[in-house]
Ligand binder design. Structure first.
Ligand code: ZN
Ligand code: ZN
Length: 332
């Protein structure tokens, strides 16, 4: 079967987007190709599957690119839908793969040979009331991502405030957190362009997850990051999902309001009766979700709950029994 690549060019900005397939509900990730005198840079190549390999082969053919033209792969963050193909493309091209040190740590936490996520995540969720019907599926579910991120690339670190040459221009790396630790956005000050990965998305609220061993206050990190990113003068933002958009600062403010409303909503739920993290999760998101969506929902609910505890707005009561469950309670 001949694959038709899904390519769109923003010619004035010299940025080409390739839509690369991924699992629902997002359906595609935006990979960006920037062409400059230094060669071709690919930002966030997508997850590694047979389909995405074929999509890239078709895209390169269409764009007149041979693998030797690719001089860099730049990653905004470690999630499989962005990082996954980096090692595969490096194996074809020998190109360096750039990401932040903190983001690389997260790849090791999730998929490194010493990863304990498959045991620690179900343990965390059980402590917060998730029934075994769900928590027993987690380890296999997490293992299912390994092919999408294999082979793992050699990483060259990018630090906050440094500049990365892409498409013949210098892009400033801006580190943020909350959606993913060590997330980098890239800003072209001259043209007001921001490659923002999943740090700010149009239409979608980027997932904010509490995960064992990672950022203990991801929602606080996310809200702080939105304030930081919202201060940049952005004419056009190129996100990891959906379409490029111009209302960047306004979108950061809308996302802050969305989370403030959700925090107040959770507080009011707990005023009715103390609840476990899982009860709050299903009150917010329902319990008809598949395991993938349930993981995002549960970690997002927990991110909000630990933020409310941190702010002194609610309390967390540790379980008395050994196999008991943490209950979140109102303070007054
Ligand atoms: Zn992401
Ligand atoms: Zn993503």
């Amino acid at each position: 079967m001949k694959m038709t690549p899904d390519i769109q060019a923003w010619e004035e900005e010299d940025i080409t987007r390739i839509r690369i397939s991924m699992a629902p509900p997002l359906r595609w990730v935006n990979s960006y190709v920037l062409r400059g005198p230094e060669g071709i840079t690919i930002v966030d190549p997508g997850p590694h599957t047979e389909t995405t390999e074929a999509e890239w082969t078709a895209a390169w053919r269409e764009l007149g690119i041979v693998p030797q033209d690719i001089v860099a792969v730049v990653l905004t963050h470690h999630h499989p839908d962005h990082y996954g193909l980096a090692g595969y493309i490096q194996s074809l091209t020998g190109a360096p793969v750039y990401m932040s040190h903190r983001a690389h740590e997260e790849t090791l936490r999730m998929w490194g040979k010493d990863s304990v996520m498959g045991e620690e995540l179900p343990r965390l969720y059980r402590l917060h009331g998730m029934p075994s019907l769900w928590s027993d599926q987690l380890e296999e579910h997490l293992d299912g991502f390994i092919p999408q991120v294999t082979p793992s690339p050699q990483i060259t670190y990018v630090t906050e405030g440094s500049y990365v040459l892409m498409g013949g221009r210098k892009w400033r790396a801006i580190e943020s957190a909350g959606h993913a630790p060590g997330h980098l956005s890239f800003y072209d000050i001259e043209r007001g362009l921001m490659l923002c990965g999943d740090a700010v998305l149009p239409q979608i609220s980027p997932n904010v997850s509490l995960l064992p061993g990672s950022d203990p206050q991801p929602l606080r990190s996310f809200l702080d990051s939105l304030v930081k990113l919202g201060a940049y003068d952005v004419r056009l933002a190129f996100p990891g999902h959906r379409n490029p958009f111009s209302h960047f600062a306004e979108r950061t403010k809308a996302l802050i309001s969305h989370h403030e409303e959700r925090l107040s909503h959770i507080e009011s739920l707990l005023q009715i009766s103390p609840q476990s993290g899982f009860e709050v999760c299903t009150a917010l998101f329902g319990n008809e979700l598949g395991i993938h969506q349930m993981r995002f929902a549960m970690s997002e609910a927990l991110a909000h709950l630990v933020h409310l505890v941190d702010q002194g707005r609610i309390a967390a009561e540790a379980p008395i029994a050994e196999d008991g469950v943490v209950l979140f309670t109102p303070l007054k």
